[in-house]
Ligand binder design. Structure first.
Ligand SMILES: *Cc1c(COP(=O)(O)O)cnc(C)c1O
Length: 524
């Protein structure tokens, strides 16, 4: 069977006729077109010579595959080119500023990569006997100690593999603690309106009922409304600090005290820890559990560049309920991985296990390298510079873009704008798409929900003033055009490999599997 080999038609983005001069290949100089791998390859071709498999008697009953698997075969150079061409249509932190708010897209220091690739770390296997991996366990243990120190907390669960996974870990600790107290009637978790979508999702997934806490007009948690809702049915709160409006919650200690007095626990979404690392210890604010996105604050690659890692620091009240496995260092320096609930007085209350092994080893290595290479003064400067950079953007653009909390005072590590004041019919998406033409990844759009047409911009500390000035200049120009009603903005991006996509259709009716064109046409 031959699949469309050589017959693919490059689409150059729906040309608007004037700037796009079609080429034979569909390539535009160094911007290379690339079809899907199914269109590029053929099931009749394979990149490797494999001998015919010996005939064996099948023990699969009637379950053998009875037709070709249909995977496109490609040679090694074709495969390499396919993925390399696709990668060049992508944006990356190594190409430029990535102002995605809440995501902390900072530079990934090459030193981290060098350490993570050392064979002693890169080649260990999670099932190796613990005596042969004492160095790797030492890294996990040392990172754990630093995370506890930096947050002023009591313990830490290292195994969660992302921020949202860490939220689940923390909320399951809360659940286990309530069960131990015999207070399973506490079914409600209070979550501010401005929370990241993962917070209510986590609470619901763990079996809690989610209730909103309103925000004040200044973009902060309404303490009076929160206090009024506390009671015997409330398990606790999930609060992001600094919050998703880019503001510090100065009443965090009062919030924690009130929740504790009412018998609940305080979960803090620590995704924005970058703004306060080295300056504020969440433990001093009465927090019981907080995840730390190592891939945000501690610079491990993410967003297509690598997996996440979401250790959860825990208060003395919640630490006994933390998940397995965890490292334990004995007085003689030997480190072990505690894998099971032990009977008697040691770890009987752990809620169980979240992952097969100990967590993301490669991320631990990078994060520890980052922490040790920065030191106490360096980490403090990370927080200060990230906040300075965000305020520079806020103050440089508040004359052309509506900044809803500009009156509240300085922001933390992200600046927020709204679409108020743009020309009729123009919205945040038009600004985001025009930024693509300017060579920048767009900012976070329409989040948090408490701000209409929100644009959340997080530059991080790793951008120079020169880069920030260039970004500010680009955004200023785009904003002025959106205010003047420049229609060209409505069809941006003009210079990207693809033009504006129907994102609603893509979300509502995603096409998740490739079909042969003949089949696809027949299905229509
Ligand atoms: C990134 C983020 C999360 C989720 O973290 P993941 O590692 O992506 O799962 C949760 N809350 C906030 C505020 C975030 O920015």
């Amino acid at each position: 069977m031959s699949i469309n080999q050589g017959g693919w038609r490059p689409t150059m983005g729906e040309s608007d006729g004037n700037t796009d001069m079609p080429t034979y290949t569909g390539n535009r100089a160094l911007m290379l077109e690339e079809p899907l791998i199914f269109e590029r390859g053929s099931v009749n071709v394979t990149g490797v010579d494999i001998e015919e498999a010996p005939k064996v008697r099948s023990r699969l009953g009637g379950l053998e595959r009875n037709r070709d698997i249909g995977l496109p075969g490609l040679s090694e150079p074709e495969t390499v080119r396919h993925y390399t061409r696709l990668s060049r249509q992508n944006y990356a932190i190594d190409l430029g500023l990535f102002p995605l708010g809440s995501c902390t897209m900072k530079h990934n220091p090459r030193l981290n990569e060098r350490v993570a690739r050392m064979p002693g770390f890169a080649d260990v296997h999670p099932l190796q006997p613990v005596d042969t991996v004492q160095g790797a366990l030492g890294v996990i243990n040392e990172l754990a100690v630093w995370l506890i120190k930096l947050t002023g907390m009591y313990g830490v669960a290292m195994s969660p593999k992302a921020g949202a996974h860490g939220e689940l870990c923390g909320v399951l600790c809360i659940k286990a603690a309530l069960e131990k107290r015999g207070e399973t009637d506490r079914k409600v978790l209070l979550v501010p309106e401005s929370a990241h979508g993962t917070n209510p999702a986590t609470a619901a997934f763990a079996g809690f009922k989610v209730e909103d806490i309103p925000a004040t007009p200044e973009g902060r948690v309404d303490l009076a409304a929160l206090k009024a809702r506390l009671g015997p049915d409330v398990a606790g709160v999930m609060i992001t600090n600094p919050n998703t409006c880019g503001l510090f919650e100065p009443e965090m200690k009062a919030i924690s005290d009130a929740v504790h007095a009412a018998g609940g626990y305080v979960y803090c979404d620590g995704a924005n820890f970058n703004a306060i690392v080295g300056r504020v210890r969440p433990g001093d604010l009465g927090i019981d559990a907080m995840h730390i996105n190592l891939h945000k604050t501690f610079s491990t690659p993410h967003g297509g560049g690598g997996p996440g890692s979401g250790p959860v620091v825990l208060s003395e009240a919640l630490a006994p309920f933390g998940p397995l496995p965890f490292t334990e260092r004995y007085a003689d320096g030997h480190i072990t991985l505690v894998e099971e609930e032990t009977v008697g007085d040691r770890h009987p209350d752990s809620f169980g296990r979240m992952t097969a092994f100990h967590g993301q080893m490669g991320m631990f290595t990078r994060a520890l390298t980052y922490i040790l290479s920065h030191g106490a003064d360096g980490l403090r400067q990370v927080a200060e510079d990230s906040v300075l950079n965000a305020n520079y953007i806020l103050r440089s653009l508040e004359d052309v873009l509506d900044a809803p909390f500009a009156e509240t005072g300085p922001c933390m590590h992200e600046a927020i704008f709204s679409d108020a004041g743009l020309a009729e019919g123009f919205s945040t998406i038009d600004i985001a798409k025009a930024l693509i033409d300017e060579g920048f990844h767009p900012m976070t759009m329409y989040f948090p929900l408490v701000v209409h047409g929100a644009m959340l911009i997080e530059p991080t500390e790793t951008e120079s003033k020169g880069t920030l000035d260039q970004f500010i200049g680009a955004l200023r120009s785009v904003a002025q055009r959106a205010k003047a009603g420049d229609q060209a903005l409505k069809s941006a991006p003009h210079f990207a490999p693809r033009r504006r996509l129907d994102e609603t259709l893509a979300a509502r009716k995603p096409v998740l599997a490739w079909k042969e064109p003949s089949q696809a046409e027949a299905a229509e």
